[in-house]
Design a protein around this ligand. Sequence first.
Ligand code: AMP
Length: 588
Amino acid sequence: MAMANASIIKDVARFSRRPNLVDYHAVCAAFDWRKARALLDGLPGGRGLNIAHEAVDRHAQGRLAGRVALRWIGKAGERREFSYRDLAAETSRFANALTGLGVGPGDRIFTLLGRVPELYIAVLGTLKTKAVAAPLFSAFGPEPVATRMQLGEARVLVTTEALYRRKVAALRDRLPTLRHVILIDGGEKLPGTVRWHELMDAAGADFTIPATAPEDMALLHITSGTTGRPKGAIHVHEAVVTHHVTGLYALDLHDDDIFWCTADPGWVTGTSYGIIAPLTHGISNLVVEAEFDAQTWYSILAAERVSVWYTAPTAIRMMMKLGADAVRGYELGALRFMASVGEPLNPEGVLWGIEAFGRPFHDNWWQTETGGIMIANYAALPVKPGSMGLPLPGIEAAIVQRRPDGSVAVVEEPMVEGELALKAGWPSMMRGYLHEEERYRKCFVGPWYLTGDLAKRDAEGYFWFVGRADDVIKSSGHLIGPFEVESALMEHPAVAEAGVIGKPDPMAGEIVKAFVALKPGYTASEPLRKELLGHARKRLGAAVAPKEIDFRANLPKTRSGKIMRRLLKARELGLPEGDLSSLESDEK
Ligand code: AMP
């Protein structure tokens, strides 16, 4: 990486808008989370802090009532707009509808929807009632959907008729806690479901948010681990303080911005920044239902006059493939700030931003557990292409190494690799993994939350991503647990063992690759490979299923019988095999 330490220096005097964060060190020194909290209103009458009040109701009651809160562009180009006043009314209707169903504080309301307005209304309406919103990615197959709803003890599911039929109906007996399925569309009434429109039509548009403690659970984001089931990261209403402050500093949101976060709310970015942060700033939030298509995206950026754009490396790489010339001809004068998250952004991607859009992509880093952006390249500060940037004001980040006694040592020396750690205590830090106290506790050593990412810090304090410390896979920005994929493969009668790795890919960052050993009586063949690919896709959905499957006679295992994914990966990539002392049986 030749340009690794070169910076893109900016001249703040020439900015069209003065960035919110100019003197980084002064703001960090003066920062205090209590003062940050004062940027929000709190519930009237000192009744606490509720995300939906900060995002919707407080604007609907003030000078921004008529401003566009959500501008939705459907797959066929159709549009719907909701002012803050409209959004307050719709979310109150949904809150009343839920209350009418007997649903209340702490109950988990899952959504399995594409990016349609009902998703946004359901999440915010849920938060009004103090129930817990858990958005699922609509491209998940039946297996991940059922596992996540079981884990989260789903009480209500909001979905479409087609998704319900394809992904939920057959597995409903695995979901004993699920009382209500609300279908936003559909023809004939399916047994065990209620209709969105009937509920909403019967519900009133006034709802008073009950007193909400900042520590009340608000969101459940289900994320993947290396072993076992996925994990349900618990977030509370106080997280909104981080959402708001990071919107201010990391995304440089200004009062009149038109903001577009391309992430799906089924992943944490699409909730924290696709719903909450922009609305807390009272700006117009663009929601685009269609999946990525470069030309469509450029026309949307131009036609909607998007000023702040938050996207991801896989999309940037796909745009790069088409070349900067494809951007010419679009009038993108409104575009002021571009950011990227979710996976490493190659230095070339940052620089391509300048070539194509006249400004760099600003990489930033965070994860489901942190609830909000923790490390970022800022509008006013030099950008170092390939670096994730500097910690947010209020966030202390360090590189640590584990000592044999279980404690950690903070690495002071620059550019030494270690695990990225954050000093616990910011408002959007997860408060636990649902029903998994031990798994949660293991994330902390002393004051440090250990992120599971390996990184380095340079002499100026910029962080550089190195890789994951565990086996989870990042494919097109989606975190995928190898265990979940292995389990789905093992359900096929031909499969004796499966080991799953992330294989580097120029577009997706990594793709899911599986190695499979067959049961006696089965022979490796092309038709069987296709059958297994199809089986996994049906169970898991396209975003999670393996793209490649190789057959092996045996898989390498440790003495305790665990498949050594690291070794499979090293062999696949022709890398050194490393320490093999725990290897018990091998593929050869
Ligand atoms: P998720 O919890 O699904 O948001 O995934 C979080 C993980 O994505 C992090 O722990 C990193 O491994 C990876 N990640 C997120 N942002 C970045 C980034 N800017 N650079 C490199 N990796 C990233």
